[in-house]
Design a protein around this ligand. Sequence first.
Ligand code: MLT
Length: 275
Amino acid sequence: MNDTPGPANPPIGDDHFHMAFEDSCNRVPVLLIHGYPLSNMLWDMQFEELSDMARLIAPDLRGHGMTDPTEPPYSMGLFAEDCAALLDQLGITGPVVVAGLSMGGYIAFEFCRQFPERVAGLILAATRAGADSPEAKEARDKAAGVAIAEGIEAIAEGMLPKLLAKKNYKAQPELVEFVREMMLETSEDGVVGALTAMRDRPDSTPDLAPLDIPTLILHGAEDQLIPVTEAEAMAENLPRAQLVIVPDAGHLPNLEQPDFFNDAVREFLEIFYEE
Ligand code: MLT
């Protein structure tokens, strides 16, 4: 509740009185950046459970979900600038907590490089700091070829079994359908653009040590796409990181174990109300 007279609460009305008010926008802003080839539907369970303590802002990246595609190539720099432009448009000029899942994490690192003064904290989910190996770069080009020749359906079919923990993929057909639906919203330009951006992204490892901000790393114990060792390596290099391994979860821990994930985020966000 903002009941303190001051610059944030100037006198109002002809008789200049201070009016106490509540504004949900006063909650700590959290920019939620989705992975590839997903959309802001990824964060549905976080909107359900965390909106009472955080102002959640979750864009669809260009070419993904309901956002217009533009012609590829894209880059992490472009995605980060898009996110900053959205915050500008919303009038959010102060620092925010930047949360990124997988490719969203790659964008979060770029956002930190370009806009360090706009980052109060980081949540890194199912991601890694390193760049692509030569083999991984080749696989990006192959995947772009598949997307152009066969469409997003082929990309979705190939990726789906690897996105969730094996057990969840078998036991949760509704979740599988939800993720498939989300993937099918991605345009061909979005897929190709994201693949080029991931292929060409720089190694963020040297940037970790100077990132002296509260960081929460969340990683599914059964992630088939990015091994847990990547999360452990980030935790070792980041000065203020807390690593939480999410049991019974694969590459989408926020969807596979939403309660566990949300509890960890809630506890982490408390810091921003204490500081
Ligand atoms: C993602 O989930 O965003 C991507 O699979 C990450 C990647 O391919 O490196």
